[in-house]
Design a protein around this ligand. Structure first.
Ligand code: BG6
Length: 487
C-alpha cells in the first residue's frame, strides 16, 4: 500500500460558498452577500452605495472593506449567488449522506463567524448558529468522518468592519480569538483537527498590488498571524489533544528563462507568497527575508508580546491548497502570453493544458510542491484543497459526465502517491468543492468543482437538486482501495 492505512480521504467546502441561508438562523451579513457573479474572465464584484448615495461596484477582495464613507446595500435588480448558494444549510443531511456514500473518512468546511457571533463580542453568541454546526459535525461523526474544520474563510461579519474598521484594528484579534474559543469549547468532542485562517497568505502583496493596498495588507496579515497563533494557544489550553493547523495557498512557479534573475525572482515569489506566512506559522517567527519584504511595503508593528504569541502558538500541521502552477519572469512579455490563475494571472506554459479560466493543470508540479514543503517544514501535511473548475450540466440521461475532472484528480492523486512513496509526510487529501458551490474568485455557480452536481446557475435558475457525477463513482473506488485503484 502506498498510502498509510489511516490516510484521510474526503472533500472540502466552505460556509459562505455552500450554505446559503444568508439571513436565516440569526446569521448577520458578510461581504460576499453583497457580491454578484463574474465570468471566465471577470472576478466577482461587490456592490454598495458610494459617498454620494449612488450605486457603485468594485472587485471583491478577501479582506473586503468599502471605501471610506460608503455603505453596504442590496439592490433589487442584482442577483447575489451567495444568498442561496447550494443551500447546504437546508441540505446538509443529504450532502453528508452523499459524502458518506463516497466513503469519506474526513471532510473540511468552515464555520461562519457571522452565524456564531453575528455582531462580534458585543452581540454575544447566537445559539441557533452553534446548534447548526453541532448537527453537522455530529452527523459527520456518525458517518465515521474525522472532520477538519476551518475557522475563518474571508467571511467576518460586516458588522465587525463597521465597528472596528476591519483587520487594520487589533481589536479584530480579540474578536477572532473569542469566536475561536466558542468554537473549540462547543465542538471539542466532535472536532479534533482545526485550521485557523484559510489561505492566510492570499492577501500577501502581488506584483500588481497597488502600493497602498500592499502596505495595508502587510498590517492585516500581521494581525491575522497573531490572531491565528493566539487561537492556537487557546485551543491547546482548552484541550491539549486538539490539533490546530495553518492553511496556506499553494505556490508552484517556474522561471520563464534560464536567466539567473528569473530563477531568483521565482524563489522570491515563493518566499513572499508562501514562505512569509507558512514559515511564521510553522516556525513561530518571521523569516529573515521578511526584511526584504518590509523594505518594500513597510514593517508592521511587532510587539514583544506578538513575538511571544507567534512562538507559543506555532501550528501543529500544515494545511494547504494546490490547484495550478505559474511562471515568473523579469523579462517583458506580450499580453497574449498571459493566462489566469488562482490569485494572480500568470504566463502560459506550453507544456500544460488550461481550464476555461486559464488555470494551468500541473500534477507534476503538485509532486514537486509536496517535496518542497515536506523538506522545508518537516511537519505533518494535509492537502485540504485540490480541484478543477469546469462548466457542466446534466446530460439528457440526467447524469453529469465529467471525464476532465476524473483525469485531473487521477493525475494529481498519482503524483501525490509517488510523493508519499518517496517519503512525503502527508496525512490527508480533501478535494475542493466536492459538492458544487459558489466560486470564491468569480462568485459563479456555473464554475463547478464537485463530484456531486447541484442544479443552480449564475442567474439563480435551478431547483438545487443533487445528482452523482461520473467522478462520484470514480472517487468512491479510489477511497475504497485507499488510493490504489485510480482507473
Ligand atoms: C481557493 C479557495 O483558493 O480556491 C476556495 O480557498 C476557492 O475558497 C478555490 O473556491 C477555487 O477558486 P475559485 O475562484 O475557482 O472558487
Amino acid at each position: 500500500m502506498s498510502f498509510p492505512k489511516d490516510f484521510l480521504w474526503g472533500g472540502s467546502i466552505s460556509a459562505a460558498q455552500i450554505e446559503g441561508a444568508w439571513n436565516e438562523g440569526g446569521k448577520s451579513p458578510v461581504s460576499v452577500d453583497y457580491c454578484t457573479a463574474g465570468s471566465t474572465t471577470g472576478r466577482r464584484e461587490i456592490w454598495y452605495l458610494d459617498q454620494n448615495g449612488q450605486k457603485a461596484h468594485k472587485m471583491w477582495e478577501p479582506v473586503d472593506e468599502l471605501p471610506e464613507g460608503c455603505q453596504y446595500q442590496l439592490f433589487d435588480d442584482l442577483h447575489y449567488t451567495n444568498h442561496v448558494a447550494s443551500d447546504f444549510y437546508h441540505h446538509y443531511q443529504e450532502d453528508l449522506a452523499l459524502m458518506h456514500e463516497m466513503g469519506y473518512t474526513t471532510f473540511n468546511t468552515s464555520i461562519s463567524w457571522a452565524r456564531i457571533m453575528p455582531y462580534g463580542i458585543k452581540g454575544g453568541v447566537n445559539q441557533e448558529g452553534v446548534e447548526f454546526y453541532r448537527h453537522v459535525f455530529t452527523l459527520a461523526r456518525e458517518y465515521g468522518m474525522d472532520p477538519v474544520i476551518t475557522l475563518y474563510k474571508y467571511d467576518e461579519p460586516v458588522s465587525l468592519n463597521e465597528q472596528h474598521g476591519g483587520w487594520r484594528n487589533r481589536a479584530m484579534i480579540d474578536e477572532f480569538v473569542e469566536f475561536a474559543r466558542v468554537c473549540f469549547t462547543e465542538y471539542k468532542d466532535l472536532v479534533n483537527k482545526w485550521m485557523t485562517f484559510n489561505e492566510i497568505n492570499i492577501i500577501m502583496p502581488q506584483t500588481d498590488t497597488p502600493l497602498e493596498t500592499a502596505k495595508r495588507n502587510i498590517i492585516y496579515l500581521h494581525n491575522q498571524l497573531v490572531a491565528a497563533a493566539k487561537a492556537t494557544i487557546v485551543a491547546h489550553e482548552i484541550d491539549a489533544n486538539l490539533k490546530v493547523g495553518a492553511m496556506i495557498c499553494g505556490n508552484m512557479n517556474y522561471p520563464l528563462t534560464p536567466d539567473p534573475l528569473d530563477a531568483l525572482a521565482t524563489y522570491e515569489r515563493f518566499q513572499d507568497f508562501f514562505g512569509y506566512s507558512a514559515d511564521t506559522q510553522m516556525r513561530g517567527y518571521y523569516p529573515p527575508y521578511a526584511k526584504r519584504i518590509w523594505a518594500q511595503y513597510g514593517k508592521p508593528e511587532i510587539t514583544q508580546e506578538d513575538k511571544d504569541i507567534l512562538m507559543k502558538g506555532k501550528s501543529d500541521f500544515l494545511g494547504f491548497s494546490y490547484y495550478a502552477s505559474g511562471i515568473v519572469t523579469t523579462h517583458e512579455i506580450e499580453s497574449d502570453d498571459t493566462t489566469g490563475g488562482n490569485v494572480l494571472g500568470t504566463i502560459k506554459n506550453p507544456y500544460l493544458e488550461r481550464n476555461e479560466w486559464g488555470w494551468q493543470i500541473d500534477p507534476v508540479g503538485f509532486k514537486h510542491f509536496l517535496h518542497i514543503i515536506n523538506d522545508r517544514y518537516n511537519a505533518p501535511l494535509f492537502d485540504v484543497e485540490n480541484g478543477i473548475g469546469l462548466i457542466e450540466t446534466e446530460d439528457e440521461d440526467g447524469v453529469c459526465h465529467d471525464p476532465a475532472r476524473i483525469a485531473y484528480h487521477k493525475a494529481h492523486i498519482q503524483c501525490m502517491k509517488e510523493a508519499v512513496e518517496e517519503g512525503v509526510n502527508l496525512f490527508g487529501y480533501t478535494t475542493w468543492g466536492c459538492i458544487d458551490l459558489v466560486s470564491a474568485g468569480t462568485g459563479q455557480m456555473d464554475k463547478k468543482y464537485g463530484f456531486v452536481y447541484v442544479d443552480m446557475d449564475d442567474q439563480g435558475n435551478g431547483d438545487l437538486h443533487r445528482s452523482r457525477k461520473d467522478s462520484f463513482y470514480w472517487y468512491q473506488k479510489v477511497i475504497k482501495s485507499n488510493g490504489e485503484d485510480l482507473d
